[in-house]
Design a protein around this ligand. Sequence first.
Ligand code: HEC
Length: 443
Amino acid sequence: MRPLIALALIPAAFAATPVTYTQHIAPLLFKNCASCHRPGEAAPFSLLTFDDAKKRAKLLAAVTQSGYMPPWKAEPTSYAFQDERRLNAAEKALLQEWVKQGTPQGDPAKLPPAPRFTAGWQLGKPDLIVEMPAAFDVPADGPDLYRNLVIPLNLPEQKYIRAIELRPTARKTVHHVLYFASPSKPGELIATSSPMGRPGSTALGGWALGAMPHLLPEGLALPLPAHTDLVFQYHFHPSGKAEKEKSVVGLYLADKAPERNLFSVQVPNSFGVFSHLDIPAGSPNFRIEDNYTLPVDVEAVSIGAHAHYLGKEMKMTATLPTGEVKTLLWIKDWNFAWQDRYFFQERVPLPKGTRLDAYVSWDNSEANPNNPTRPPVRIQWGEESSDEMGSVGLQVIPAQQTDYAALKKSFDGYVRGRAVPAIMKDPTILERIRKHLPEGANR
Ligand code: HEC
């Protein structure tokens, strides 16, 4: 409904002024679409020329009106996000009007310069570029695969990472990738097929389809210990065509140790494994929720959500000690393909005693176009994309670095408090988690 209202508000201005490609549409597409819609990137076609845009004008108007493009799932909430990919009502109306007026080109002299992109790297030239030593063959079909592919690094001294940019070669099949630093084991190029990765690994973030690589804010970095390798935990979804994956990876380093440590506050914790995630076949709105109260003052840096195909809606609110309720993230229309992490424009101060409430809901009905199983079946917690899991993850730093240990201890207590009763009620949870423990950890 929103675009109709937008049009109703603006027609007088447009009736008089012709909307042209060079003056109105090119700047809009260059700014909001070209980062993906250009050669070599994930989108299926380029949007860099008049012909590119004219050929698909109706489709461009339709997908922007519906909010499908540009992909950006987070609703506007209490705090603004960086690099928000969202068209405003006037921009959507411009595309509608351009189609209505017959997609005129306009004065070529008004065409702004085409956007320039550094060849390949989104964040500029990395400090260190490494390549996977051997290609991994992704089969044409079959079930989803998890593989931990190794790039041997074995640096003599500790470094600090501000960002990792991964450029996969089998782009169409790569669903998401988690990054780890793991003690060097010369000769081992494929570590394990376990979704939990190689034992002793430290998490370094990750990448999912549609997500842009991101530099951690100044003063923050993740340690890359000496004598470790990079392990990339891939989730491949075969595309119908055999492909070879041999990533090139750029590392962006900080020149000194971080001043404060990041901590991930996930609610419900552990991707919902202790939240009795058992979705009946056909259920249109199955929901889990939980809350966690912050034991120390923190600042929130970023937020993201996770679920698989059936995910529907997720939201996290912060109830401040004053009683004021702020919304940190709200995704009303989850789509598995777009798993962005949203960075707040300004760090969000959340005082000690703030209660974080989060819920995740799923639509396991036949009416959900993303439901891969027809007729729907009962779905439980699990790692495969045909299973489900769900949580909202808030990345914070303690306001005082000395509070880090207290935060960690309190959060571990929260996880234990949910795990013990859940396992007593349903001991099969242990089996399901054990299946995913690192090789050798449980013998
Ligand atoms: C973050 C990357 C990204 C941005 C930014 C982006 N797109 Fe896309 N676009 C994609 C990808 C990837 C696809 C392929 C379909 C999919 O995966 O959903 C796509 C598909 C499309 C399609 C085809 C839809 C269909 O049903 O066939 C259109 C049209 C489109 N985009 C238009 C736009 C427009 C217009 C903009 C800017 C206002 C834009 N896109 C911004 C990545 C992007």
